[in-house]
Ligand binder design. Structure first.
Ligand SMILES: C[S@@+](CC[C@H](N)C(=O)[O-])C[C@H]1O[C@@H](n2cnc3c(N)ncnc32)[C@H](O)[C@@H]1O
Length: 195
């Protein structure tokens, strides 16, 4: 089964500044938004966090990419590059070891059902620099009124084990990010680097 959720956006419940400020960008990195959806993170990244950098906004849903291309053309932006591609395959136009930071926001859980976890991790590993980072932000596996069913969610502990098997080690974790859910927050953000 393929991973879908085309056209969904986290903009209504996740604040782009909260997420991007967690990544400690210095302003000139190459950044890739893997499964960018409507691109709200990519747009904010280029506008505020990466004035000298470059952002690839990648999704396989062509309508999102067409809209992002119009946005880029209308606003004459040359360092935001919308790419229609499947991140479980080779992302054409993105070279080996060329990306400083990949962000995958509310996307990874979808590869559980599709059985494509290995493919996506290998592709992200291919594109990041030797000191590059893969930041994964996901729904905690707890009851809340939004997000995917509990049984497809993945805990940060399980996620870490999976990435460790591919030679990626955790270098950062926060469990205090996202929307307020009672006494806790809806998400965690975990960063991996090559060992
Ligand atoms: C739940 S949405 C999240 C969108 C965005 N990251 C956000 O949080 O607003 C999941 C996105 O992943 C994209 N997606 C799913 N599988 C993909 C794949 N194999 N390659 C590229 N994009 C994919 C979908 O088209 C969709 O836009």
């Amino acid at each position: 089964m393929e991973h879908k959720h085309h056209g969904k956006s986290s903009a209504k419940f996740l604040d782009s500044d909260e997420i991007l400020s967690e990544l400690n960008l210095n302003g000139n990195e190459t950044f890739l938004d893997a499964g960018c959806g409507d691109g709200y993170i990519s747009k904010k990244a280029i506008e505020k966090y990466l004035p000298e950098g470059k952002v690839y906004a990648v999704d396989l849903y062509s309508e999102s990419i067409i809209e992002l291309k119009s946005f880029v053309d209308e606003n004459d932006i040359d360092n935001l590059i919308p790419v229609e591609a499947d991140i479980t395959k080779t992302i054409q136009g993105v070279d080996d070891e060329s990306v400083d930071v990949v962000l995958m926001l509310n996307v990874f859980h979808g590869f559980k059902e599709s059985g494509q976890r290995e493919d996506v991790i290998n592709e992200l590993k291919r594109i990041i620099k030797s000191d590059g980072k893969i930041a994964i932000m996901e729904f905690k596996p707890i009851e809340m009124t939004f997000g995917p069913p509990i049984d497809v969610r993945i805990s940060h502990i399980e996620l870490e084990k999976i990435f460790n098997d591919y030679g990626l080690k955790k270098t950062y974790l926060t469990v205090d990010i996202g929307s307020d859910i009672g006494e806790t927050k809806s998400h965690y953000l975990i960063i991996f680097e090559k060992e």
